[in-house]
Design a protein around this ligand. Sequence first.
Ligand code: PRT
Ligand code: ZN
Length: 296
Amino acid sequence: MENKIKVAIQKSGRLSEDSYNLLKSIGIKFNRSKDQLIAYGTNYPIEVLLTRDDDIPTLVNEGTCDIGIVGKNVFEEFKLESIAKGNRLNIDEIYKLPYGSCRLSFAVPEKSNLNSLEDFSGKKIATSYPNIVNNFLKENNINAGCIEFKGSVEIAPKLGTCDLICDLVSTGTTLRANGLIEAQTLLQSTAEIYAYRNISQNKSDLVNTFIERVNAVIKASNARYIMLHAPKAKVEKIVSLIPGSESPTIIPLTNIEDKVAVHALCIEEIFWETLEDLKAEGATSILVLPIEKILD
Ligand code: PRT
Ligand code: ZN
């Protein structure tokens, strides 16, 4: 049996660069195939398939790939379509990533009188996510029709094809440019790691190591190591101001009787205001260092 994991990521699009960088950040080095569609790990038993994002859930669900990185929006649509068709789901969501964030929302023309969900009854909704939308309408007892669009959903109301749309929104600029107002949100999405449910034992160890490494890098990305000198009388107060720190190390200082060094790992971001508060309590020589990896 092949002792190598296969990972599918988006070839070119909004998630490509972040996904490729994530693989590099966990220490994997690659050689690309001649056609550039597969990248072979040179120092980890891994093959990375570069593909359209829409194909990723199917590749993982069928076990062609062991892991896939794709937006939750794409996965949810695949899941609901599979359920509607009575197809078996062999794919699990295993890790939420901090990129690709967007939301799937209804949007209505500025000059419409569609003010609440109830007003959508009897209307036509253009979307690339018919299964998510139909499921939402059903759950909310709204009787509206869906028209499937593969792209450029935002122009559909102007063309008179629909009354409102349901599409991904990030900054909201595209909606505004098309005279649309965001209404109800159906789904919050980010890129996520999905895995094949029936992974063989020899591969599952490799997948676990892969996820542990991802977790180590992602946890570290917000974390900081803080070092400072604190007056002995103020140690308790100063430690209480350090955000998300677990049991800081207190070290005596050579030749300085009334101060100690405090070292702490902070798993939360440290803002300037916190540093200013620490200083106000008497902390000196404050150093904040980035962290590359955290293994628990
Ligand atoms: O070619 P392939 O099929 O692989 O790519 P694609 O064209 O289907 O997808 P792509 O690369 O556009 O997006 C990949 C994934 O990025 C999506 O499935 C989401 O999970 C995520 N993502 C994050 C977004 C956005 N933000 C986003 N803003 N995907 C699309 N958009 C579009 C949206 O559809 C709308 O047209 O951007 C426009 C809105 O953006 P704002 O900033 O104007 O609101
Ligand atoms: Zn796509």
